[in-house]
Design a binder for this molecule. Structure first.
Ligand SMILES: Cc1cc2nc3c(=O)[nH]c(=O)nc-3n(C[C@H](O)[C@H](O)[C@H](O)COP(=O)(O)O)c2cc1C
Length: 173
């Protein structure tokens, strides 16, 4: 699969089979997460990786129905931004840098045939506090996305054309 095919065929997957993701594929996905750009190359992203079913269940029960896919996930990756490690002169880069990491994880997973969905954490205060507690995070380590990963139950991958001409503004708005 080439890069364009990988980007255009990505979609959120919320139902997973119980096939295991290998440690080798997991490392590839995590390496992709660490391979994006970051402001001043500060690399403030941190990843909590868990296959622990009880922990995945707890993340679901404490965060409600929108987190349902994490229950079935083979692996959960909680992408966090360490606000103490980011480019401090400008508030907010930790979030941008960590979001890029999350998207790289999702795309690398797709390239390997692994489905995923981004479950939102930041800027929802309650979710951030709950995740910080469950995962024993310091207050400066802020959860940005909970990524549920697993092999899709329905393996229908197709290229989608989501181009919208009206979103393109040439030269000026
Ligand atoms: C910041 C963010 C938060 C999201 N939160 C959730 C969530 O809590 N639960 C969920 O099932 N999907 C969540 N999604 C996935 C979106 O619902 C999904 O990307 C969108 O509906 C478009 O569908 P697609 O990913 O298949 O293109 C989130 C996506 C983003 C980028």
């Amino acid at each position: 699969m080439d890069a364009i095919e990988c980007i255009l065929s990505r979609k959120s997957v919320r139902e997973f089979s119980n096939k295991e993701i290998s440690e080798q594929d997991l490392k590839t996905v995590l390496t992709a997460g660490m391979s994006g750009p970051s402001a001043l190359n500060m690399r403030p992203f941190e990843f909590i990786v868990t296959r622990n079913k009880e922990q995945l269940e707890k993340i679901y029960t404490e965060n409600g129905i929108y987190y349902a896919p994490i229950q079935q996930a083979n692996v959960g990756i909680i992408v966090c931004g360490d606000s103490d490690k980011a480019y401090l002169a400008k508030d907010g880069y930790w979030l941008i840098d960590s979001s890029i990491a999350a998207q790289n994880i999702i795309l690398a997973a797709n390239a390997l045939g692994i489905g995923s969905v981004w479950l939102g954490a930041y800027p929802e205060k309650q979710k951030c506090l709950s995740l910080q507690k469950i995962l024993s995070l310091s207050s400066h380590v802020i959860p940005v996305a909970v990524i549920a990963l697993g092999y899709p139950l329905d393996d229908k991958r197709e290229i989608r054309d989501l181009y919208e001409e009206e979103k393109i503004h040439r030269d000026t708005w």
